[in-house]
Ligand binder design. Structure first.
Ligand code: AMP
Length: 468
């Protein structure tokens, strides 16, 4: 480790030893920027994307502090937990505990895991053992505070990891409640894929004190090591066949397929069990928020160990899942925004490896795809699978934004809608069914082009598939 770039940081020798064990040679950009500031004890606000190495960027300064300073309460031997890491999902919590254990492996420091789905009583017993570090999801942690399982009065370091996602999942109030229970003053480090979340200021003003802001690799920046492609699709059956075609022509070690709903993921997982990639049968697993924690862990472990090579997942798996060898991510359904897209594709191309992301785009997903392109300032390559080309060729006309042209109703001179509504009101009363059956979209696309958009998106399962 002596010639490692990490040796430039004044880290505790036990951490240097652990870094050597982990074979980390060079800090990633977020580590290079955040570790020195973290070591000063200042509050930190860091914009860093998933897969950037952000976990070590907060775990190393946090552990260093615990190793260097005895508990500030003076209760050296029986101080409570001194560091708390809040994360949005159970999977991410498990990953963070692993990294804490890895870096603490040459010291006495222990880490406890507090997540929904695990035994409450067992967790209460764990609190009594006072592990130096706790990694928790906010919902369950707030429950423990309510039950008086722990007091957080010895927390010197509070970390909010993937804070934007916690806000998206509606966990902001729990996060603030927990932070208000932690001791003051303390060091708070907040990591987020984006620093422009609309609800951010409430959290940052309440929780951070004069933070040093580090903005790296924001969510908009490209994953330059990930090839991003789209394949046009006609409908669900066509998407199913495209998957077959893709698996037949694409060599891969492990694949992750994302769907927007649990029902879709379950259906697809069942279907793929009987399919193959080239000559080999696919070995598939399922991952969604309605599964028990043990089942979810089982799927992740099987994928990690290579017992299965394809996992069909909802967005619950998009965060935190850190598995080597996922060389392809497929969006069977296009995610509903650019941030989710980035998190999904971030499961491949981990730590700078090459990755491939393929999104299947039907007509009603075109505009969504194009707004994600604009948001990320990328242009996806269009890929075709021989013999399985879609009848849908994209919109006939596109606007400068890339969206399909002519999808908005025209207004008449007097400002009234000239759409079907007016005709229905005046002339076509009682003929609704006929009118809607005949309708084709304004841009000349087939019925699939537009009308299913409203019908399909609305009844789909909740936007967020998690979390407890
Ligand atoms: P993270 O963004 O923290 O989830 O990290 C993504 C992956 O990169 C994990 O598998 C880490 O173990 C790995 N990683 C993080 N930092 C380094 C580093 N400095 N050298 C090698 N691998 C790293």
């Amino acid at each position: 480790m002596s010639d490692s770039v990490f040796s430039g940081f004044p880290l505790d020798p036990r951490l240097m030893q652990a870094l050597e064990k982990a074979a980390y040679e060079e800090p990633t950009p977020v580590q290079a920027a955040a570790i020195p500031v973290g070591l000063t004890g200042k509050d930190l606000l860091v914009g860093a994307e998933t897969g950037s190495g952000k976990t070590a960027a907060f775990v190393l300064p946090m552990l260093h502090r615990l190793l260097q300073k005895s508990a500030e309460s003076g209760r050296v031997d029986n101080s409570g937990t001194r560091a708390l890491v809040l994360v949005p999902t159970r999977e991410l919590a498990i990953q963070v505990v692993k990294q804490c254990d890895l870096f603490a492996s040459c010291s006495h420091i222990k880490t406890g895991l507090i997540i929904g789905g695990n035994s409450f009583k067992y967790q209460q017993a764990m609190f009594r053992k006072n592990p130096e570090v706790i990694v928790a999801t906010p919902g369950r942690m707030a429950e423990h505070i309510g039950h008086g399982s722990t007091d957080l009065q010895d927390i010197e370091v509070l970390v909010l990891d993937e804070a934007d996602r916690m806000l998206d999942l509606g966990l902001g109030a729990d996060v603030i409640k927990i932070a208000n229970n932690c001791k003051k003053p303390r060091q708070t480090m907040l990591f987020s894929a984006t620093l422009t979340h609309k609800a951010f200021s409430a959290i940052t003003q309440d929780i951070l004190v004069d933070p040093e802001i580090i903005k790296l690799n924001t969510v908009r920046e490209q994953h330059s090591n990930i090839v991003q492609q789209i394949i046009l699709a006609d409908d669900r059956d066509h998407k199913d066949r495209l998957l077959d075609g893709l698996f037949a022509e694409q060599t891969f070690e492990k694949a992750l397929i994302f769907c927007n709903t649990r029902a879709q993921a379950t259906r697809l997982c069942g279907l793929l069990r009987y399919r193959s990639s080239g000559t080999e049968k696919l070995r598939t697993g399922l991952l969604h928020g309605d599964m028990g924690q043990d089942e979810r862990k089982d799927t992740v472990n099987k994928l990690r160990g290579g017992n299965i090579n394809v996992v069909v997942a909802t967005d619950v798996a998009a965060r935190g899942l850190d598995i080597k060898g996922i060389d392809i991510v497929i969006n069977y359904d296009m995610p509903r925004n650019g941030t989710d897209y980035t998190h999904r594709i971030g499961r491949t191309g981990r730590a700078g490896e090459e990755g491939l992301a393929v999104s299947l785009i039907s007509a009603f997903e075109w505009n969504l795809m194009s707004s994600i392109e604009r948001y990320l300032r990328v242009r996806f390559d269009q890929r075709k699978i021989k013999g399985l080309e879609a009848k849908y060729k994209g919109p006939k006309k596109v606007k400068a934004s890339g969206k399909a042209a002519g999808t908005k109703k025209k207004k008449s001179k007097d400002g009234d809608d000239k759409g079907k509504g007016r005709h229905r009101d005046k002339k076509n009363i009682g003929k609704r069914r006929v009118a809607s059956k005949k309708s084709s979209s304004d841009d000349g696309r087939s019925k699939e082009g537009r009308s299913p958009l409203k019908k399909k998106i609305k009844p789909q399962a909740p936007l967020n598939d998690d979390e407890g």
